[in-house]
Design a binder for this molecule. Structure first.
Ligand code: PLP
Length: 284
């Protein structure tokens, strides 16, 4: 049985409890992070810890732990669960209070929960060799997608729409432009230029995105951060997505149309290799 972390305690998963009044449960008033574990080490922990602090501060939510404490908890959970390949999920909510739309006062303690999920073969995923299929759907999420909240019902519906269409995921479209994937950032490659949506409140500022764009620039690849349309995407030479748990994942079909040769592209494959290599070297 897994050991999970809840509000200062390490407990067997079946003994961990959260109040029915928790605002994460009642209002989706909570934020989260997912950090990958490879070779028993955390990938880009510093990036995830920094984004967590930003999400909390945008929602005027107190941080229950310092970044140093958070790292210690992550490492302890990885060790206790003997995790070598998988992920650590972290969630912080505004805590338990009488149901009221107004935020409770400051003495309401935030809730913090962490658990691990084993994913053997994460780095060597077969999907990375064959590529994934995506469909396009309208982006019907709220307007502050730069805050990583647990309000994930629409992305969940999007994954179900993709499944019903025989695809693996969905890219969301707003005002004629692709925002991002349901749980990843979206990219196309045209010639030798990598194109991905610019940062703003319309997308999550992916930690993997930041690392991949930095590594692409260091490898002298050309990057354009701008909006792109579905028409442009379907006409691209390559497409791919990035996230903490899929790293760089090639996209080989969009709305039923084959992208490039229909096999994972060279740029995506190279970026995946560089990302895994560099991230593992820097893992803690
Ligand atoms: N965009 C959305 C909507 C996401 O949910 C995620 C990850 O969960 C990402 C992008 C990728 O972010 P990261 O690379 O930090 O995992």
């Amino acid at each position: 049985m897994r050991t999970v972390y809840v509000n200062g305690e390490y407990l067997p998963e079946d003994q961990a409890k959260i109040s029915v009044f928790d605002r994460g449960f009642l209002f989706a008033d909570g934020v989260y992070e997912v950090t990958s574990v490879l070779d028993g080490k955390l990938i880009d922990f510093a990036g995830h810890a920094a984004r967590l602090q930003r999400s909390l501060s945008e929602l005027e939510m107190a941080s229950p732990v310092t970044s140093e404490e958070l790292l210690a908890i992550h490492k302890e959970l990885v060790a206790r669960n003997e995790l070598t390949e998988g992920l650590v999920y972290l969630q912080v909510t505004r805590g338990a209070a009488d149901r009221d739309f107004l935020y409770p006062d400051e003495d309401t303690a935030p809730t913090i929960v962490l658990f691990t999920q084993a994913k053997p073969g994460l780095a060597d995923a077969p999907a990375a060799k064959r590529g994934i299929k995506v469909i396009s759907i309208p982006d019907r999420r709220w307007g502050r997608r730069d805050i990583k909240t647990v309000q994930l019902l629409y992305p969940s519906m999007g994954k179900m729409m993709a499944k019903a269409a025989g695809a693996d995921d969905a890219w969301m479209v707003e005002d004629g432009a692709v925002t991002e994937g349901t749980s990843n950032n979206a990219y196309i490659v045209k010639g030798n230029t990598i194109i991905t949506r610019h940062l703003g409140e319309e997308i999550l500022h992916g930690i993997t995105r930041a690392a991949v764009l930095r590594m692409a620039a260091e490898s002298q690849m050309k990057v354009e951060e701008r909006s792109f349309t579905m028409e442009e995407a379907m006409d691209a030479d390559e497409a791919f997505v990035t996230s903490a748990s899929t790293f760089v994942m090639p996209v080989v079909e969009i709305d039923g149309a084959q992208i490039g040769t229909g096999a994972p592209g060279k740029v995506a494959a190279r970026l995946r290799e560089i990302y895994l290599d560099e991230s593992l070297k820097a893992a803690v």
